[in-house]
Design a protein around this ligand. Structure first.
Ligand code: GLN
Length: 553
């Protein structure tokens, strides 16, 4: 019998209504009452994990401490709750089937016909209960990906139906997130799609306990009563989920609607303390009342889909707040830079206070990234390179400072005479793509007196990784003699984790992904330092009369 109580979150009517943010907001409210909460995402696709997915499909792949490649919603959970997630927090249909099929091959089913019900649903239920059985959580929130009615979601809804029954009254509830569209022509909010969506859930045997209704306009009592009547819930269980200015407003909106109180009542949890969201409110206040501004260029190849860089964009927001400033992001496509003249480069990049070159895979846009980094280095613009961004900084330095014209990463040119970025030990071109990179948390030792030490303020750190290539240590002496130094090293394998150019006002490249660890409660020191540099170096640049287009305007 699992120890935790369960909150299942399903979605209806349309996708992209923000189940992840609603789940994270509810989690935050319950956590702020002293309850121990974790959130889990079930994804109905057949990929084993999103690691092999193009970011254009589902946005960024979020990496956990234990090296799981997961859905980007886990990033929201961590940013809101400030508690790490793990492999157990993300389950896909692929993983469920893989386990069942492996068991079948071993003969574990003793000659039985292996079927969706009960074998697949049993495996889904087992994975849902895993976190609840650890004893670490009072409440497990389980978000079910997709939309009710999708063929792929059916086994999950069936598992929820069975679990609700097995767990018994007051031990689990279902929150169904729907949409109340607004018809401009008649000036009306329409409830029919919600009624239909609930009907569909009922056909699968699941009665939702709470309806969270996404809407552009406030829901009046009449509409709430109508929804309640048609969907067999009490009016207090109809929660208005109004469009928000920022995702960080949603916990406050849910508090106003008393979502957490209704949940606790239905789960029969009593004697809980009041919510304490003081820190969260302070963050929101600073977010909405910045005292300065700065402009950061984010150079990547998936910039059309902002979700592809979700954690980076959020880390910039957190770091902006920590510096009491609004850090605006200029999204710049690395391929666009490739064709630009000097003058166009100046126009696009010259007005930026900081340049961040994003992680990535494959050769598209690489030369644009390298060109951007040259600009940042030569114009003394604060620079942060993440993973591929750091690797490109190394290639740029090799080509333009060390004069090795042919320098490259073997990911893009396997026959380069100067393979300054190369395969790591244990990696090769033949290796299977899924789940085989250097993944998850590794330690790094930081050099005294470096920018990295300035921001982290401690000699040993741990950061998450997701890469196959690394700095080629054969060339390190050449780099260090000419002004690019390794200021962070993995102690076990001597891998270069951080590079810096001490001559530059703020030039840092990291092989790891700091963005995954930035949360509202703990903005990441590296991003905080980068934004601080963007704010201060801007002043120095103006002082030294390095004019930008913006200065001239
Ligand atoms: N493609 C590079 C590698 O595999 C960088 C990966 C990344 O930026 N996450 O090493």
């Amino acid at each position: 019998m699992p120890l935790s109580k369960f909150v299942f979150v399903t979605g209806g009517v349309a996708s992209s209504l923000g189940k992840g943010i609603i789940s994270a907001s509810l989690g935050k409210l319950l956590q702020s009452r002293g309850l121990r909460v974790t959130i889990q995402k079930l994804d109905p696709y057949i990929n084993i994990d999103p690691g092999t997915l193009n970011p254009y499909e589902h946005g960024e792949c979020f990496v956990t401490e234990d090296g799981a490649e997961t859905d980007l919603d886990l990033g929201h959970y961590e940013r809101f709750l400030n508690v790490p997630t793990s492999q157990a927090n993300n389950v896909t249909t692929g993983r469920v089937y893989q386990t069942v099929i492996e068991r079948e091959r071993k003969g574990d089913y003793l000659g039985k016909t292996v079927q969706v019900i009960p074998h697949i649903t049993d495996e889904i239920k087992r994975r849902i209960k895993l976190l609840g059985e650890t004893g670490n959580y009072d409440i497990v929130i389980t978000e079910i990906g997709g939309t009710v009615g999708d063929i792929e979601s059916l086994p999950y809804v069936e598992a929820v139906r069975q679990l609700k029954y097995e767990l018994g009254a007051n031990n689990s509830i279902v929150i169904h997130l729907t949409l109340i569209p607004y018809l401009k022509a008649s000036g009306e909010l329409k409830t029919k799609p919600t009624q239909n969506s609930v009907k569909m859930l009922l056909e699968s045997g699941v009665q939702p306990d709470i309806l969270a209704c996404r809407t552009e306009y406030p829901l009046n009592d009449d509409i709430k009563r109508k929804i309640a009547l048609f969907c067999n819930v009490t009016p207090e269980s109809v929660i208005e989920a109004l469009d928000a200015e920022t995702i960080y407003d949603v916990p406050m909106l849910m508090k106003k609607e008393q979502l957490d109180k209704v949940v606790l009542k239905k789960l029969n949890i009593e004697n809980y303390p009041e919510t304490d969201l003081t820190k969260w409110e302070e963050f929101l206040y600073k977010l909405k009342n910045p005292i300065s501004r700065t402009k950061i260029g984010l150079i990547g190849k998936y910039v059309e889909l902002k979700d592809a860089y979700k954690s980076i964009a959020e880390a910039i927001i957190h770091a902006g707040v920590a510096n009491q400033c609004k850090a605006e992001v200029a999204w710049i496509h690395s391929e666009d830079i490739e064709e630009m003249t000097e003058e166009e480069m100046e126009q696009t990049l010259g007005g930026l206070n900081g340049i961040l070159v994003a992680p990535g895979f494959g050769s598209r846009g690489i030369e644009g990234k390298i060109k951007t980094i040259k600009f940042a280095r030569e114009h003394h613009i604060p620079f942060l390179g993440i993973c591929l961004g750091m690797q490109c900084a190394v290639i740029e330095f090799a080509r333009h400072v060390l004069g090795w014209k042919d320098a490259h990463s073997t990911e893009f040119n396997p026959s380069s005479a100067y393979p300054v970025i190369d395969f790591m030990e244990g990696q090769s071109a033949e290796i299977k793509k899924g789940g085989t990179m250097r993944l998850g948390a590794y330690t790094c030792k930081i050099m005294e007196g470096s920018k990295a030490m300035q921001v982290y303020q401690q000699p040993i750190i741990s950061e998450r990784h997701r890469h196959r290539y690394e700095f080629n240590n054969d060339f390190l002496p050449d780099f260090e003699q000419h002004g690019m130094i390794a200021t962070g090293i993995n102690p076990e394998k001597s891998l270069v984790e951080i590079i810096e150019i001490p001559e530059h006002p703020w030039f840092v490249g990291v092989q790891f992904h700091p963005e995954y660890k930035s949360t509202v409660a703990n903005p990441h020191p590296l991003f905080v330092g980068f934004i601080k540099a963007a704010l201060t170096v801007k002043k120095e640049r103006t002082k030294n009369d390095v004019k930008t287009k913006e200065d001239e305007a």
